[in-house]
Design a protein around this ligand. Sequence first.
Ligand code: ZN
Length: 148
Amino acid sequence: MDLDDLYQEIILEHYKEPKNQGTVADANVHVEGRNPFCGDEIRLTMLVKDGRIVDVKFTGSGCAISQSSASLMTEHIKGKTVDEVKELFKEFGHLVRGEEHTHEHIHDMDELSAFQGVSAFPTRVKCAMLAWNAMKEGIEKELEKYGE
Ligand code: ZN
């Protein structure tokens, strides 16, 4: 199995059996994301408390890239601080756009690396970023309430 096969495997696994499906009951962040080019949809709920992502869940429909990216994202941001998540957002963006960057938080064997192949298909970058953009928008709205 070469690296591309391994990456495809990770994406398909998360598409078939997404993690953190559903709605966080006591969520203070509700956000939706749409990618009209592909018909992808994501509904994200999060509980953000004391600058940390306490819980996160999503529901959605669309292509394998968009849904598996959402699934992997929830796994990687849960329990992290807002600052860590913002850093991860930046690094994931660099990764899927194929930009040269030192990935401090995304290590070689990290499953998020599975999406680096997306950079060869610019139209799919929107699919991979859908959940991430929604997450960032949701967090920023929530923080604005406290004037941070
Ligand atoms: Zn898509």
